[in-house]
Design a protein around this ligand. Structure first.
Ligand code: GLY
Length: 401
């Protein structure tokens, strides 16, 4: 990790976190205005053959975001164009993938050109997947614009789309089709967070709490304590603290990915699924509503980060029932989730049996059994195969509003 500015004079100062993956290594640059580094990264990694840039932009961003990105790339001599994508789980589909690669073909993108993914996790996953298959793979620069995608989704090369089995979203299989396709760079431009609403900001904090719960095995034994000490001061307007949060979280994620890029090793990338088996079962539930500690029901669908927060709480409680951690540790997790303005309960859950069935349908399970990542205390976690179903049932009742 460093804070050195290794780029042209006049470019903004950035915190830089390396992701070490041999000849596919890259850097995550964090700071205000770091989008300006995009042309330099493309030229450095792809050489002068790189003439075209295709910006896939989140339609939720202000129109000026795409205009500015295209103008910056053109000013650096790249032939840049853009398309906008609607960032919903429904639109994270094979149809959208077809649309993107058709546009790339129409705009004559060459193998040596670059895709720029400018948006949240959905845009990053879709644009990254399109880059991985277009002409059998072209380069992508991930430019995350949400806290959640800055600390998690943009780093590590996971890309993909959902498969909607029922056709109406009731049986959505998340990330069923995809590829590992590492970006050539990640630019976490703090200026893009300005338009993020408070609910989306809090959703990003859920992945930060997750990282803090596994960080001791990945080079940052103090991240849990640091997060507890700073959670109340974290906001979009506190750029220095935010930059430190993102830098430390990206560093944890980078170490996990460097050690187990394709999620194949014991104690490796699978630990990032902490809270996610519960989360995936909850977030796709039609009619489910997240409820804050003060009783406020959040309108609309449960966001991914909110479902992760519920999943972290549930995982901590399950770990208490199984004797992996004491109640005080689960309470620490609950207090962090509350302090981040994330939900502690969910309304509209089906029976515990039905939810457990949904959890065992999670694509990350093996051989039809439930597989949970559970905390073991002191910022560590491990995988537990087939936990006692009564413990899981009790946990589900505890998060039911
Ligand atoms: N977001 C989980 C992973 O990258 O493996």
């Amino acid at each position: 990790m460093s804070t050195a500015n290794k780029h042209d004079s006049g470019a903004p100062a950035a915190r830089v976190v390396p992701v070490d993956l041999g000849d596919r290594s890259y850097e995550v640059c964090i700071g205000r205005g770091v989008f300006a580094f995009a042309p330099g990264i493309a030229r450095k990694k792809l050489g002068d053959k790189c003439r075209g840039a295709f910006v896939v932009v989140d339609s939720g961003l202000p129109e000026t975001a795409a205009q500015r990105a295209v103008a910056a790339l053109r000013a650096a001599g790249l032939n840049a164009t853009s398309i906008a994508l609607i960032p919903t789980e429904h639109d994270k589909s094979l149809q959208s993938l077809g649309h993107i690669v058709t546009e790339m073909t129409r705009r004559k993108l060459e193998r040596s050109d670059v895709v720029i993914a400018l948006g949240g996790g959905i845009v990053g996953d879709l644009a990254g997947f399109a880059a991985s298959v277009y002409r059998r793979g072209i380069a992508v620069i991930q430019c995350p614009t949400t806290l959640l995608s800055m600390v998690d989704a943009s780093v590590g090369g996971k890309t993909g789309v959902n498969i909607d089995l029922a056709g109406d979203g009731a049986d959505l299989k998340k990330n069923m089709v995809g590829a590992f396709h590492q970006p050539i760079g990640v630019l976490a431009d703090l200026d893009t967070l300005a338009t993020l609403d408070d609910r989306q900001f809090a959703a990003g904090l859920a992945e930060c709490i997750k990282h803090a719960m596994i960080s001791a095995d990945f080079g940052d034994a103090n991240l849990l304590g640091w997060t507890e000490a700073n959670i109340s001061g974290l906001s979009k307007s506190n750029a220095p603290l935010l930059a430190e949060l993102i830098q430390r979280n990206v560093a944890v994620k980078a170490r996990v990915v460097s050690g187990d890029e394709r999620e194949e090793k014991e104690g490796g990338r699978a630990l990032l699924n902490l809270g996610h088996t519960f989360a995936h079962a909850i977030e796709a539930l039609p009619g489910a509503r997240a409820v804050l500690n003060n009783g406020t029901e959040l309108p609309g669908d449960v966001h991914h980060g909110e479902a992760v927060a519920l999943g972290l709480r549930a995982a901590a409680r399950t770990a208490v029932s199984l004797g992996l951690v004491d109640t005080a540790y689960a309470d620490r997790v609950g207090a962090l989730v509350d302090a981040a303005q994330l939900p502690n309960k969910v309304r509209g859950l089906p029976t515990a049996e039905k939810l457990i069935e949904r959890m065992s349908h999670d694509k990350k399970h093996i051989g039809g059994n439930i597989r949970l990542v559970l905390p073991c205390g002191h910022g560590t976690a491990r995988i537990v195969e087939n936990p006692d179903v009564n413990a899981v049932r009790g946990t589900i009742e505890a998060i039911r509003a």
